[in-house]
Design a binder for this molecule. Structure first.
Ligand code: FAD
Length: 226
């Protein structure tokens, strides 16, 4: 049995800059320290939006995006930047969906964030429906900036797409205040009038209010205020 991943980059040893694990360092155009050499996928680092740093995140999601960007930039010059990753991923384990994006509370605090988290324990759709399942969501956020830093979801139902929704919120620098009231569909077959992502963000807003930090910050007010 093995765990973890290691980049296999001996081919370029001493020819391009690498991190201490041997992952090739790249700029926003997936270009290495040698401007004639580009890198994509498990051999190189990715820009991790939640921390703003380069990390080794060997996922197919990153590999396919970086691969397309390298193809474009080699042919057309550096015209396509990589937007970074939240390392969003999911798995189905014994019939349970486990999905994650961005930072856990432990990782956030280790990386110097004044982070906190809230945990939603509910169901993915109303209990008056013929069936539903228990759903647990942990939402991680920065207390000062109120930025969403990460989320982890656990449910027998397939809630993996909700990790994608939070991934977009992190990518767009949205806050707990944005997520608390952002428009999401309601139909009892699918969810409650407030989607569970709204509800977990409302828990975070309320936790901060109770702690005396009631200074909501909106980054996405739509065009109502233009
Ligand atoms: C068990 C497992 C499950 C995974 N599941 C997921 C998942 O669900 N979601 C996800 O996002 N990611 C997943 N990943 C990670 C994902 O597979 C990798 O991030 C992705 O395949 C990386 O793509 P790549 O093209 O960079 O490298 P690779 O897919 O490893 O391709 C590199 C290729 O180069 C070839 N090669 C190596 N050396 C040489 C050489 N000297 N000459 C010629 N060819 C060479 C190799 O044979 C290989 O075909 C999983 C990985 C594993 C191992």
């Amino acid at each position: 049995m093995t765990t973890g991943f290691m980049p296999v980059t001996e081919l370029l040893e001493y020819q391009v800059d690498m991190d201490r694990h041997g992952a090739i360092l790249v700029n926003e155009f997936c270009q290495t320290s040698n401007p004639d050499i580009y890198a994509a996928g498990d051999c190189c680092v990715s820009h991790f939006n939640p921390t703003g740093e380069s990390v080794y995140a060997p996922l197919a999601t990153n590999a396919v995006r970086q691969g397309m960007i390298v193809g474009n930039n080699v042919v057309a010059g550096n015209t396509m930047p990589y937007v970074g990753t939240q390392a969003t991923s999911a798995m189905s384990l014994f019939g349970e969906t486990i999905a994650s994006t961005g930072l856990t509370i432990e990782y956030a605090r280790k990386n110097g964030f004044d982070a906190d988290c809230v945990q939603f324990e509910g169901t993915w759709r109303p209990e008056y429906m013929p069936t539903t399942d228990k759903l647990t969501i942990t939402l991680v956020y920065d207390k000062k900036s109120r930025l969403i830093l990460g989320a982890q979801l656990y449910c027998q139902h397939d809630v993996s797409q909700s990790a994608n929704a939070i991934s977009i919120a992190i990518q767009n620098n949205n806050t707990i205040d944005d997520l608390a009231f952002v428009d999401m569909l309601f139909q009892p077959h699918f969810d409650d009038p407030f989607n569970y992502l709204n509800l977990v963000a409302q828990m975070a807003v309320e936790k901060e209010r109770q702690a005396g930090n009631h200074h909501p910050r909106y980054t996405a007010l739509g065009n109502f205020h233009n």
